[in-house]
Design a protein around this ligand. Structure first.
Ligand SMILES: CC(C)(COP(=O)(O)OP(=O)(O)OC[C@H]1O[C@@H](n2cnc3c(N)ncnc32)[C@H](O)[C@@H]1OP(=O)(O)O)[C@@H](O)C(=O)NCCC(=O)NCCS
Length: 174
């Protein structure tokens, strides 16, 4: 299996992957969000990685730029969305996509990464709630709002409300 940056020509495959993986309830909105983020100038720089085998995309992860209001930190990202096709789940692909993404962002000088997701899953990849960054909207499950630093000590010195890419800054995604 190969993990690499997604190509412009693979957008339709990414849309299908998110549509199918997130199912009836969320598939439409997550696949639309994915394409919007890939085209959103306020999401840049972004990191879009796919897991591919036998010419088939098995998984996709997207990290897009964030800033913190009133703060000069420039190296923040949010992980959203992540999908692994149903037939391939629980075989380590999601974990590998997260780790490869974090390694690449770290190499590029990123300072921290945020995620809104299942704590049982994302805590396995180093995300936690011990941070002072506020989400843009009030959350029903505050424990799902997690972060991890890529520069040691960074999270201890940063607080404020996050500003995400325009496409992600819509109430429905929070
Ligand atoms: C959630 C998802 C991305 C996980 O991907 P995956 O490739 O199946 O997960 P992995 O095989 O890498 O699992 C890594 C670890 O997490 C555990 N795990 C997998 N899914 C889990 C879940 N839903 N809850 C808790 N733990 C989970 C695995 O047991 C494994 O543990 P281990 O490292 O101790 O063996 C995938 O199931 C998916 O696409 N689901 C539908 C879309 C979705 O919910 N995306 C996330 C939105 S926040």
């Amino acid at each position: 299996m190969q993990i690499r940056q997604s190509l412009e020509t693979e957008k339709e495959q990414l849309r299908k992957l998110h549509l199918e993986t997130f199912g009836e309830e969320e598939g439409d909105s997550v696949s639309t969000l994915t394409l919007q983020l890939l085209d959103d100038p306020t999401a840049q720089p972004l990191l879009s990685l796919i897991a591919k085998q036998n010419n088939q995309i098995l998984g996709h992860i997207l990290f897009t730029k964030v800033s913190i209001e009133g703060n000069h930190a420039q190296g923040g990202f949010i992980l959203a969305p992540l999908a692994v096709s149903q037939e391939c789940q629980r075989s380590g692909i999601g974990k590998k996509l997260i780790q490869t993404g974090l390694d690449k962002l770290k190499e590029q000088g990123a300072e921290f990464v945020l995620v809104l997701g299942d704590p049982a899953y994302y805590s396995l990849s180093g995300f936690h709630t011990k941070h002072q960054i506020k989400p843009p909207y009030e959350l029903s499950y505050p424990e799902a709002w997690m972060a991890q630093e890529l520069k040691p000590g960074f999270l201890a010195n940063i607080s404020g409300t996050v500003r995400c890419a325009d496409a992600l800054n819509e109430r429905e995604y929070w």
